[in-house]
Design a protein. Sequence first.
Length: 369
Amino acid sequence: MVRKFLYIVATLIALVIVFLLGYRLFGEQLIRGAMVPTTEFEAPHGQNIDAYADAKMWIARPDIKNNPALWLPPDAWQPFAGENAAIFFIHPTSYLNRAAWNAPLDDTEANERASLFVRGQASTFSAAGEIWAPRYAQATFGAFLTDKPEGQRAIAAAYADVLAAFDSFIANIDPKRPVILAGHSQGALHLTRLLKERVAGQPIAKRVVAAYVVGWPVSIEADLPAIGLPACADPETTGCILSWQSFAEPADPSAIREAFDKTIGLTGLPRKETKILCTNPINGTPDAAAPASANRGTTKPSADMKTAEMIKGAVPARCAKDGVLLIGDPPKMGPYTLPGNNYHVYDYSLFWTNIRADAVRRTAAFSGR
């Protein structure tokens, strides 16, 4: 098992080093050439709601043994009593191969990376309730680096699996149980569409404690009206959305902003020059600042990714005018920082304990309202 984790870590480090060196020397053109598939698009075998009755279709589910979502770092904060939400978590991209536009569900490396993401990210919600995290035919990393129609088809195919998994999740939990929805990166992108198509204007919207749309920009003007849930106004608001993208200083989010400005929002309106939603995960408040002393615990992963060091007061956070979350001087989190001081990979880790407390607090507020 240790050897397997070390292999994954070595692979990821090599990929990041190649990415950073290539980006600095040759820019986006080289990265696209290395990561975007050149094969024809072949639609994956889409999953229906019945397929998700099988525990093998889930990375995390209450009845799964060795559930990675139940992992806890040393000195993890635990409330006196767990709350009773059901959490649906959509993991980020873990398939980096350009051999296909969508990940095969039996791809060993992609599945192992996805499990690591669930351990490090979804685990923060375990104090608020039971976590469900599906496997899905995720779009490969290169699908997000191209304007080819195959990229959008791959993303749509991935979403179809997420939708089926969500329908299964809803069908299998108590119809009165409060729900937390969360995702990161590609998972957050799918979550925005899920909110629009399955939550907005539907009875289930009344059961949503909060939606954590992390690591993917959300336009306040062009997206939120279609999602049907407002931004969380304070630490105890429920039925609302939290979103952030972490950058150390000096920050350069221009690549994200340029790509964002070229897209159309969920309302059908262009996102260009619209405001990006920024929630401060330390205090659960939009467009706010918080000192490092208020950061209750950052999880810094070990080299073999088997555990993590819990660090209190590691970073501050403040929402900048451009909608990104600034965390001060670059912290030493690991080798996966992206160009522009982008701490995308660590969006959850940087604020692990505060997010955990936020989910518990909002679930308690929801239950007591």
